[in-house]
Design a protein around this ligand. Structure first.
Ligand SMILES: [Zn+2]
Length: 104
C-alpha cells in the first residue's frame, strides 16, 4: 500500500503511541538519536535527556523514523499539537498523535 496514492481523506491521521520501555535516565549525546535496530512497529515514544533537558523522542507510526518533538505543545492527555511531520523524506507524512503514558 502506497500511502501517497490514497485520497487525502482516506489517509490514517490520528495515532495513539505507547510509551516505550527505555532507561528514563539515558543521556543522549547532543545531536545523536538513540535508534532501535528495528524501528518500533506503529511508532512509540520515550523520554530522553538531551542537551541537559528532558525531551521526547517519538517514532513515526508509519515508517518508524525517529525524531525529537520540538516546537510542539503536549497537553496533559498527551495530545500533540500541531501535527508531527515525519523527518524521513520518503515518508514525509504529517500525523496527529497522542502520547500514552505521559507524565503531567
Ligand atoms: Zn514516517
Amino acid at each position: 500500500m502506497i500511502l501517497n496514492d490514497l485520497p487525502l481523506a482516506a489517509k490514517p491521521r490520528e495515532y495513539k503511541l505507547d510509551r516505550l520501555a527505555i532507561d528514563p535516565d539515558a543521556v543522549v549525546p547532543s545531536g545523536k538519536v538513540p535508534c532501535y535496530t528495528h524501528p518500533p512497529e506503529g511508532g512509540g515514544w520515550h523520554y530522553v535527556v538531551r542537551k541537559g533537558e528532558q525531551q521526547i523522542l517519538m517514532y513515526c507510526p508509519l515508517c518508524g523514523a525517529p525524531g525529537y518533538l520540538i516546537n510542539h505543545e503536549i497537553d496533559a492527555a498527551g495530545t500533540v499539537r500541531p501535527g508531527v511531520q515525519c523527518p524521513n523524506d520518503e515518508c514525509d507524512q504529517v500525523v496527529d498523535v497522542q502520547l500514552n503514558g505521559i507524565e503531567g
